[in-house]
Design a protein around this ligand. Structure first.
Ligand SMILES: *[C@@H]1O[C@H](CO)[C@@H](O)[C@H](O)[C@H]1NC(C)=O
Ligand SMILES: *[C@@H]1O[C@H](CO)[C@@H](O)[C@H](O)[C@H]1NC(C)=O
Ligand SMILES: *[C@@H]1O[C@H](CO)[C@@H](O)[C@H](O)[C@H]1NC(C)=O
Length: 280
């Protein structure tokens, strides 16, 4: 009896208290993957799939532009002689992450900008100062629009002169680099510059500051707005201006994050304490 109660308590703890969470923030690459107009779409060709008589064998070849799907923009993308994707120091690829929600702005204006004031409001409302060497993500709610190019880009004609989607204001990017010494920014849209941009000043600002950009980042709603850590692993393309990236968010439910304030999480803590007091 006692031992099964203890087991129950341990199960409760390992499930709700001790385990962290890990979320994949990457879209799968396939023929539906979005690319910027004029660039080569993801194209996978089966080279062999079947039995050779001796063993099963399966292999593909593929071609794709560097900048499409969930991908990283290296600083060399918009500034001469800055880091290529394979030059970015690995210490900058694992970093604390903050997610700034601009959904209400983006609902009213499909070309909304994340501005310096939004970052300052985030710090004030959460009583936090963004740590050095962090990654800042913009959550505009754009993932919901995936699957419909008109909703995601502003038109389905691959016409970049008529794009509408949210992005970072160049001043906000500069502020983050100068005042918070960040390592990267990321968006749930196709570009760190908002859709109507034609001079790509946010791209220029981050490239100049040797900061990378992450585009078409998935699952921003599934991670805490602070307290998580990102692992950002771009394909190590020699002299690449960017490339496909696997992004993992990881956090410890004990050290805060969204779960610390989740009523179910608090209830499970209370039940665990209750069981401990009662039976031990
Ligand atoms: C995809 O790649 C294969 C193999 O190189 C090629 O034959 C085919 O034309 C390509 N398809 C497109 C749409 O580019
Ligand atoms: C995509 O969204 C547009 C704009 O809301 C709508 O007119 C169109 O019917 C949608 N297309 C599909 C395939 O759902
Ligand atoms: C692209 O969109 C712009 C702005 O709406 C328009 O002036 C232009 O004619 C469009 N180009 C094409 C090829 O449709």
């Amino acid at each position: 009896m006692i031992s099964s109660i203890i087991q129950l308590i341990l199960a409760f703890q390992s499930f709700h208290l001790l385990n962290g969470r890990i979320i994949d923030m990457t879209y799968t690459f396939n023929s539906d993957t979005y690319y910027w107009p004029g660039s080569k779409n993801f194209n996978r060709t089966v080279i062999f799939k079947g039995s050779t008589g001796k063993f099963w064998y399966y292999a593909n070849e593929m071609e794709f532009a560097e900048h499409g799907g969930t991908h990283l923009d290296a600083p060399s993308h918009f500034y001469k002689d800055k880091w290529n994707v394979d030059d970015i120091p690995i210490e900058r690829l694992i970093a604390p992450v903050y997610v700034i929600d601009i959904k209400s702005k983006a609902e009213k204006d499909s070309s909304a900008l994340l501005e310096t004031e939004d970052i300052q409001a985030f710090e004030k409302n959460n009583n936090v100062k963004i740590e050095r060497k962090s990654i800042i993500l913009m959550n505009s709610g754009w993932q919901e629009r995936l699957g419909n190019k008109t909703l995601y880009f502003g038109n389905d004609k691959n016409n970049a002169s008529d794009f509408h989607f949210p992005g970072f204001h160049p001043d906000a990017a500069e502020w983050l680099i100068k005042e918070r010494d960040i390592v990267g920014i990321g968006v749930d849209t196709a570009s760190v510059d908002h859709g109507p941009s034609s001079d790509f000043l946010t791209h220029v600002a981050i490239s100049k500051g040797n900061v990378y950009g992450l585009e078409n980042v998935a699952n921003m709603d599934k991670i805490p707005k602070m307290g998580a850590k990102l692992t950002v692993l771009p394909m190590k393309i020699g002299k690449g201006s960017g490339g496909p990236v696997r992004i993992l968010a990881e956090w410890d439910t004990q050290s805060g994050g969204a779960d610390a304030l989740n009523p179910l999480f608090m209830l499970s803590n209370l039940i665990t304490i209750f069981l401990l007091v009662l039976f031990l």
